[in-house]
Write a protein that binds this ligand. Structure first.
Ligand code: LLP
Length: 385
């Protein structure tokens, strides 16, 4: 099978497991985003939650993207990476007082607010600090993203956003809060979406909502459609860059923006997933009764996506050219769910081989834990090796 190109010789001397970020692929991805979203009223914010490796953030900042943050920690990391406060938006269903104050003190662009209760708190804290907070109402558009249920967010049953039927009322009540300024509407339907139809459905919902609000005399200058564009986990070598062309085209074609409206996007996975790889060493090849297991030194603590979402990540043996055999690739954690892939054909594998677990740049390193008192994985970029 075709393998990605990696500095395997440099990898040999490093302690595994570790994350490796290909900054060249990241640059090419960012260039494609700039090309496909070149309109001056399109603003792409990178969803920080996907990956916060400093060199990755620096590259993204240099490409001119803003940041979509979901915690005070992410706001601090975005500012530290050089992303200007006026390009930072802040979402989250449970913003703590210190986080709201941090955002106000730094004059970030906008709060994506999720409830009336939250608006009252932001208004009170802004008043204490003598500030006015810009607000986008996060609307739950009730659009099915047809993705894994743990990463679908825009359905009535999810905890996110303000119900469509309540948006008009909440928008009117924001106007009565003196330290808030309503600037936008925010939406996000889910993640790892590769079929463009849900995005088209979102556009239709937004158009309807804007018509309804116009009847109440409400106009906002920003529409934020969130993130969610998926990547090809099956074929990272053939399709290393997500379909940004198709994605931006949907909004250009189906979303009816009002005069002078800006369109904001919050892309995470599609920006960074393909450029990250989890590199792990085979500890043992264990022959079971009906199966053989490649037991590796990375586990669900380093990359939880397979265990949590039954996600597929392609795995390549970087150091073997032996004929393919079938393996379950498993980690060392004391949990049956600590499996990267089952019944998987891979070059004949031995103790000491290096495996590349691909497309792990998003929601990989950031979701690592120290369960079993393991060490957090190290990380390197193509510039380090
Ligand atoms: N905006 C909001 C409001 C979000 O909640 C998210 C992701 C994004 C933007 C970025 O979405 P993206 O472009 O990355 O799809 N840990 C899961 C994914 C969780 C996504 C959470 N929200 C995974 O590993 O699949």
């Amino acid at each position: 099978m075709m393998k990605g190109s990696f500095p395997t010789i440099a990898f040999q001397s490093l302690q595994t497991p570790f994350y490796y970020y290909d900054l060249d692929l990241l640059q090419r991805t960012l260039k494609e985003i700039r090309t496909q979203a070149s309109e001056p009223h399109f603003h792409v914010h990178y969803a920080m939650k996907a990956c916060v490796h400093p060199a990755v953030l620096k590259t993204i900042c240099e490409a001119g993207l803003g940041a979509d943050c979901v915690s005070g920690g992410e706001i601090e990391a975005a500012l530290a990476a050089g992303i200007p406060a006026e390009r930072i938006v802040y979402a989250g269903v449970g913003k703590a007082d210190w986080e709201i104050k941090l955002a106000l003190a730094n004059d970030i662009y906008c709060f994506n607010a999720e409830s009336e209760a939250e608006l009252e708190v932001i208004n009170a804290l802004a008043a204490e600090m003598g500030k006015t907070a810009r607000i986008a109402l996060r609307v739950n558009p009730n659009v099915d993203a047809h993705t894994h249920r743990y990463i679908t967010t825009g359905l009535e049953e999810n905890k996110f956003g303000i119900d469509l039927s309540q948006v008009g009322h909440v928008a009117v009540s924001v106007k009565t809060m003196p330290n808030l300024k309503l600037v936008g509407l925010h939406f996000h339907i889910g993640s790892q979406i590769t079929d463009m139809m849900p995005f088209q459905n979102l556009c239709v919902r937004i158009n309807e909502l804007q018509d309804m609000l116009a009847q109440k005399g409400i106009y906002v200058k920003d529409i934020n459609v969130g993130g969610g564009l998926g990547i090809n986990y099956e074929h990272p070598n053939h399709c290393p860059i997500a379909d940004f062309e198709g994605y931006f085209r949907v909004f250009r074609k189906h979303l009816q923006l009002r005069e002078n409206q800006n369109l904001h996007f919050e892309l995470g996975r599609s920006v960074v997933a393909p450029c990250g790889t989890l590199v792990t060493r085979v500890l043992y090849v264990k022959k079971g009764l009906h199966k053989q297991f490649a037991v590796v030194d990375a586990g669900m603590t380093d990359l939880i996506r397979p265990a949590l979402y039954q996600a597929f990540h392609r795995i390549e043996n970087l150091t073997s050219r032996a004929p393919e055999e079938v393996y379950d690739v498993v980690g060392p954690i004391c949990e049956s769910s600590d499996v990267f892939v089952k019944d998987y054909p891979m070059a004949g594998t031995r103790r000491g081989d290096l495996l590349a677990i691909r497309s792990a740049g998003a929601y990989g390193e950031v979701m690592a834990s120290r369960y079993n008192l393991r060490k957090l994985p190290a990380s390197y970029t193509s510039a380090d090796l």
